[in-house]
Ligand binder design. Structure first.
Ligand code: GLU
Length: 490
């Protein structure tokens, strides 16, 4: 890459599962890097492993990326549609002498990497051990001809040099040197004609002119093999940046044992995409100061590979929840409205007027509620009564705040007093309630709490008089009258 060229990066998920937290973080780092640098992000679906792929998962991955707000500039490309390119590259390597045909049966060869064996994504094989050579490496040409005659299907292996080291620079982990003697003669092309991950990833990264490979540190051990392939194909390797692993709170690799790992499940649960982005961005990256709450434009502005840490990141759900409350509460309320709208639609509570004539009411109501929300679901959960007359009284609130035996009579008087109000606003409601309390010789709190349960069904809700204004007079009176029999029945 010359200094005037803009970076090209890629996110390359294998559709073997849902988009999980680790994949999403890799995608986000690539996206932030591309945005920051004015570069290009490609999306590539690595679907050559027919046994493990589930094509039906591709759509879900795209949906999860879009939910996260990660837009790619090129793709999605599908490796399954590019198979000829990989076999052509393997043939070139074979012809150059940097590869050889391997006739071993999948199970027969136990050098750590049988010809048909799945090649390692996140593969640690051969690390620190002397690689066992494949017996096919040194076959004479007569022996090869004989094998061909027998019709034994051949794989193509890389002829890893026996001596020397393979070197690469990692933007995060620094310079790396691996003894070639520790790298086995890995498979490039299986005898089925399908490429291994090592081959297809390099062929594509060359063809797609990728300048920076930003991916999980579980791929560090694959990188020397890939560097060897670049060399054999006469191409300059890209800059590698391996990002640290994500661990659960018990410091083992993040997995289902630690709770939900798919991005989709966090969307379902009611996390906001921007909160999730901010949280993910800090899993292995820091801005250099203690900043945590950073809106996306700030993340883009500040993101640099130099801020990526080598230390494994810990997934802390409490932190994610903290981010969510920040994003529910801090940005201008208008930004939140589309999400609340979606949530209300999901629950069948949405009214079109809230998008048009009653937009101001909707914004005001969401604003009133949001300081007490943790998840989007709260808008249809405890705050349901703000949007629907169909809500239930929380049994605990009811038991606690409707138990005074004078309440049926008091609430009737309060309802009448409120109904007689010529104007319906915060102070008028406040004064009317306090007047009833004074004349009846009870504490205002008794009426406040009982009224709150009657009109929103909960003990914990926004301040009562603001709630009354937002709900409007007719609704409040109707709800109070509706509650009277229940208060009497207790
Ligand atoms: N398909 C690989 C994976 O899902 C990514 C490989 C890479 O980024 O080089 O782990």
């Amino acid at each position: 890459m010359t200094s005037t060229e803009k970076p090209r990066v890629r996110f390359a998920p294998s559709p073997t599962g849902f988009l999980h937290v680790g994949g999403a973080r890799t995608a986000l780092f690539n996206w932030l890097f591309a945005k920051h640098e004015g570069g290009t992000l490609l999306l590539r679906i690595e679907d050559t492993d027919v046994e493990r792929n589930k094509p039906e998962l591709v759509d879900g991955i795209l949906v999860a990326l879009r939910w996260l707000g990660i837009e790619w500039d090129e793709g999605p490309f599908f490796q399954s549609q590019r198979i000829e390119m990989y076999s052509a590259a393997a043939e070139r390597i074979l012809a150059s002498g940097a590869g050889y045909a391997c006739y071993c049966k999948p199970a027969a060869y136990t050098g750590g990497d049988a010809a048909e064996e799945r090649e390692g994504e996140g593969d640690d094989e051969g690390k620190g051990t002397k690689a066992v050579a494949c017996p096919c490496r040194d076959l004479t040409s007569e022996q090869r001809v004989a094998k061909e005659k027998e019709g034994i299907p051949a794989a193509i292996r890389f002829r890893t040099p026996r001596t020397g080291t393979t070197h690469f620079e990692d933007a995060v982990f620094g310079p790396r040197d691996v003894q070639n003697a520790e790298i086995e003669d890995f498979v490039l092309l299986r005898s089925s004609g399908l490429p291994t991950y090592q081959l297809s990833v390099v062929v594509d990264d060359i063809d797609m002119r990728i300048t920076h490979v930003i991916r999980g540190a579980d791929h560090l051990s694959n990188t020397p093999k890939q560097v060897l392939i670049y060399e054999a194909l006469g191409a300059e390797p890209p800059i590698f940046a391996h990002v640290p692993l994500i661990l659960g709170p018990d410091r083992t690799r993040l997995s289902k044992r630690h709770g939900a790992t798919s991005v989709g499940s966090y969307a379902e649960e009611g996390f906001l995409p921007e909160a999730f982005r901010n949280f993910l961005a800090l899993l292995g990256w820091s801005s250099g100061d203690d900043s945590e709450f950073m809106r996306t434009n700030e993340l883009v502005e500040r993101f640099a590979l130099s801020g990526v840490s080598r230390t494994n990141a810990i997934f802390d759900r409490a932190k994610l929840e903290w981010f969510n409350t920040q994003y529910l509460q801090k940005p201008p309320v208008e930004e939140l409205l589309p999400y609340v709208e979606m949530e209300l639609k999901r629950a069948g509570l949405w009214k079109e007027a809230w998008a048009t004539t009653d937009r101001a009411w909707f914004a005001h109501t969401v604003d009133l509620i949001r300081s007490r929300t943790r998840l989007l679901g709260d808008f249809i959960g405890w705050a349901r009564a703000f949007f629907s007359d169909d809500f239930e009284y929380d049994p605990e609130a009811r038991a606690k705040f409707w138990k005074d035996e004078k309440l049926p009579e008091l609430m009737l008087k309060l309802t009448d007093a409120l109904e007689g109000l010529p104007e319906w606003n915060h102070d008028a409601c406040d004064a009317a309630l306090r007047a009833v309390a004074t004349s009846e010789g009870v504490k205002a709190g008794l009426l406040i709490n009982a009224t709150r349960v009657a009109i929103v069904g909960r003990a914990v809700a926004p301040p009562l008089f603001e709630t009354m204004v937002v709900l409007g007079k007719d609704r409040v009176i109707a709800r109070l009258r509706r509650a009277l029999p229940a208060i009497s029945a207790r």
